[in-house]
Design a protein. Structure first.
Length: 189
């Protein structure tokens, strides 16, 4: 080793350390970029499959549904200032003996009060609240496409089973959030 003397050795050691750290960091960054590219490619492919081959997407949805005796309905949250959908929420439509139950999460409990999504579930019994499920009718925001791809997670692909209309206001039993549903679109006052 040419720098067996004090200062030189320290310099070399320092250089080696930095070099090692920097190459590990670069490798990590490269790996992150590669992973993100791979994920994006998978998502793009799934969105394309869903759009071009609704049958396959529907089969996938049916398989994912498994033994469940309920359907997943999708509700949109309208943007306050324009007529676009800002967010979507999936809810369970439970076929319970002689009535349907719409089980949905209260977004205010979860996002404003920090309640866990499990505890923020509301059950809207068809007997108690005037709401209807119209099977096969696509909500306006579906644009005639029965396949819904979650814009926030394109791996989630569902067949839209129908639309929901509510004839009166509903309230969250915990936080009193007031809402109604018009063509699978949530409105607050
Ligand atoms: Zn609530």
């Amino acid at each position: 080793m040419p720098d067996n003397d004090g200062a030189g050795s320290g310099k070399t050691l320092n250089f080696v350390r930095m070099g090692t750290r920097s190459s590990a960091f670069e490798k990590q960054q490269a790996q992150k970029v590669a992973d993100a590219k791979k994920r994006r490619a998978i998502q793009d492919r799934q969105v394309q499959i869903a759009k071009r081959n609704p049958q396959q997407a529907m089969m996938k949805t049916a398989r994912l549904g498994g033994k469940k005796t309920h359907a997943t309905v999708i509700l949109g949250f309208k943007h306050k200032k324009d007529s676009t959908i800002e967010h979507f929420m999936t809810c369970e439509l439970i076929d319970h003996v002689d009535e349907l139950i719409l089980q949905m999460m209260c977004p205010r409990c979860v996002f404003s009060h920090g309640v866990s999504p499990d505890e923020a579930q509301m059950k809207l019994h068809q007997k108690n609240r005037k709401w209807e499920f119209v099977p096969g009718k696509l909500p306006w925001w579906a644009n005639d496409n029965p396949i819904w791809v979650n814009p926030e997670d394109p791996r989630e692909v569902l067949t839209i089973p129908g639309t929901i209309n509510m004839a009166e206001w509903g309230y969250c039993p915990l936080c009193k959030w007031k809402f109604t549903i018009d063509d699978a679109t949530i409105r607050t006052d």
